[in-house]
Design a protein around this ligand. Structure first.
Ligand SMILES: [Cu+2]
Length: 256
């Protein structure tokens, strides 16, 4: 008798949980993207900041004192070619441990997606000068003399220069601009799409995005901090190389 009750109870649980899953498949779910930072595999958090301890591919030793960057328009790609674009942006602020997770403000139907992508920085339709009050108060703007709009990333710290002295660096990424003629700014796009690959979305799925900061200094351009450390925003060539080096920074981590 007790066994029979147990079986009945169990089957009720199984049935009801199936029902819930079907319901949630219709409703969809919020998905959280969690940004996890590393330096060639060694975990990086704000508690690791302010210590000169990381080596670039070039062999420059550096610290991180500040890191924040903007991601936008997270997109879920279905196998039939349809996409779900989550309009919006997230300013990941590692220094202050803010927005390290981004929960989609819209619900995503559970199921398999052939790709989840996002934009590093703002594409041109979203990079509207002064348009976002929270970014304005975060001092995320780019001066009008460099075309306006917003930063994509601010990575700052110190490195040991070629006369064995600590020197500051400011690796800021923006839309590349040649301001040789202030009346005729010449631009090149430097935002890019990050493709994470296939993701199976469950109820309340959590998707880790691994961010290897060493890649910014590695490939295809082996960055030399002695040459390029400051005043990089008006440096067109530096911005293009930052864009190229950014291609392998982000990758898919654990998916729950
Ligand atoms: Cu800047």
């Amino acid at each position: 008798m007790r066994k029979l009750i147990a079986i009945i109870v169990l089957s009720v649980i199984v049935f009801s949980s199936c029902g819930e899953e079907e319901e949630s498949a219709l409703q969809g779910t919020n998905v959280s993207l969690n940004y996890k930072h590393n330096w060639d595999g060694a975990e990086v958090a704000s508690t690791d900041f302010n210590v000169i301890q990381y080596f670039t591919a070039e062999g420059d030793e550096l610290s991180i004192e500040k890191l924040r960057y903007l991601v936008s328009d997270v997109t879920f790609h279905k196998s039939n070619g349809e996409t779900i674009v989550v309009e919006g942006y997230n300013l990941v602020d590692v220094t202050n441990n803010e927005n390290l997770s981004y929960v989609t403000p819209v619900e995503i139907p559970v199921g398999t997606y052939t790709n989840v992508s996002f934009t590093f920085g703002f594409d041109n339709s979203d990079n509207i000068d002064g348009a976002y009050t929270d970014l304005n108060s975060a001092l995320w703007n780019v001066p009008m003399m460099l075309g306006g709009g917003y930063h994509f990333m601010q990575l700052e710290g110190k490195f040991i220069n070629n006369v064995a002295t600590e020197q500051g660096y400011q690796y800021h990424t923006i839309k590349a601009v040649d301001n040789t003629d202030p009346n005729n700014l010449v631009f090149q796009d430097t935002f890019f799409t990050v493709n994470l690959g296939e993701v199976i979305v469950h109820n309340n799925s959590s998707v880790d995005v691994n961010v290897n900061l060493a890649e910014w200094f590695k490939d295809p351009y082996q960055w030399k901090l002695n040459d390029w450390n400051s005043m990089l925003m008006p440096n067109f060539d530096a911005q293009v190389k930052m864009h190229d080096n950014g291609q392998n920074v982000f990758s898919l981590g654990f998916v729950n």
